[in-house]
Design a protein around this ligand. Structure first.
Ligand SMILES: NC(=O)C1=CN([C@@H]2O[C@H](COP(=O)(O)OP(=O)(O)OC[C@H]3O[C@@H](n4cnc5c(N)ncnc54)[C@H](O)[C@@H]3O)[C@@H](O)[C@H]2O)C=CC1
Ligand SMILES: CCC(=O)/C=C/C=C\C[C@@H](O)/C=C/C=C/C=C\[C@@H](O)CCCC(=O)O
Length: 263
């Protein structure tokens, strides 16, 4: 997929991975709708992008992905402003095991709602579209310290794979993928490490692991994101990216017996 003239929407785009995803989309010629609950940071970033890419290439929409009204409105405003929607990245996420219900509503409900809103628009477009949901390695292997965060990321992967299969069966023209980074140097990672609520011995163990495998930087993950967005042959693929191992597609074991029609 050539990104020139394409229209994208990224949630959680005011900083961290979301900001990096927006930047690589802009660099490749796309117009981008930035959604974030952090309005000052979002407006500040919009001003930066206006300088580099011109005011017409982006729009910033204050949006809390846990609000159905706000998310619907943001998708509507994006379609109204740019006329179409080709790429959606449901990226907004938090790691808060104390307020675990909020973690579920942001990380899982927000991705599910964003996916459905994107499908509604894209399936009516001749050119379809692509949805990339930001999961995590924690969606493939549990994080001892963050069981609820782990559950949300496992949920994103299962949901995305199911939607991708349904999209193929219905010939909707929409591709769906999930991106699973290992540790990435962002505010989220810093907040987890600095969280003194986390258990001592397990925290030390996990931080040792983090130091050993090394955090990725956001631009490394953004390159993997771009690969998923532009490769039109990969509907349903789940991509894992680690500091040492780089980016690889995850192989899942299918129980073929489950796939045969009932006797
Ligand atoms: N940092 C890491 O080690 C990894 C992060 N991830 C995932 O990447 C995604 C982005 O995380 P980071 O860039 O690391 O975090 P970050 O904290 O640097 O950025 C997250 C952005 O999402 C926004 N946000 C949070 N709640 C929101 C809500 N309810 N509505 C709208 N926006 C909201 C924040 O304001 C912030 O701008 C998350 O889904 C996270 O789970 C996945 C693997 C590793
Ligand atoms: C306190 C340490 C921690 O859990 C940090 C989490 C930070 C970011 C969120 C997440 O998206 C990153 C996950 C990265 C996982 C990488 C490798 C895992 O296999 C480590 C498993 C460590 C464990 O058993 O807890």
């Amino acid at each position: 997929m050539d990104l020139n003239g394409k229209v994208a929407l990224v949630t959680g785009s005011a900083q961290g991975l979301g900001r990096a995803f927006v930047e690589i989309l802009l660099k490749n010629g796309a117009k981008v709708s930035l959604l974030d609950v952090n309005v000052p940071k979002g407006e500040e970033l919009k001003a930066v992008f206006d300088q580099t890419y011109g005011p017409e290439q982006t729009i910033f929409i204050p949006c809390d992905v846990t609000s159905e009204v706000q998310l619907k409105d943001a998708f509507h405003k994006t379609k109204e402003k740019f006329g179409k929607l080709d790429i959606v990245c449901n990226n907004a996420g938090i790691a808060n095991e104390q307020d675990w219900e909020k973690t579920i509503t942001v990380n899982l409900n927000g991705v599910i709602r964003g996916t459905y809103l994107a499908m509604e628009i894209m399936k009516q477009q001749k050119e379809g579209g692509v949805i990339v949901n930001t999961a995590s390695v924690a969606g493939l292997e549990p994080l001892t310290l963050m069981p609820v965060y782990t559950a949300t990321k496992h949920g994103i992967i299962g949901f995305t794979r199911a939607m991708a299969t349904a999209s193929t069966i219905c010939k909707s023209g929409v591709r769906l993928n999930a991106l699973c980074p290992a540790f990435v140097q962002t505010n989220l990672l810093d907040s987890v490490i600095d969280d003194d609520q986390l258990a001592g011995v397990v925290k030390t163990m996990t931080i040792d692991i983090m130091k050993r495998i090394g955090p990725l930087n956001v631009s490394e993950v953004a390159e993997a994101f771009l690969q998923l967005v532009t490769d039109e042959s990969k509907n349903g693929a789940i991509m894992k990216i680690e500091k040492q191992g780089g980016a690889n597609y995850v192989q899942f074991q299918f129980n073929t017996e489950l796939k045969t029609a009932p006797k």
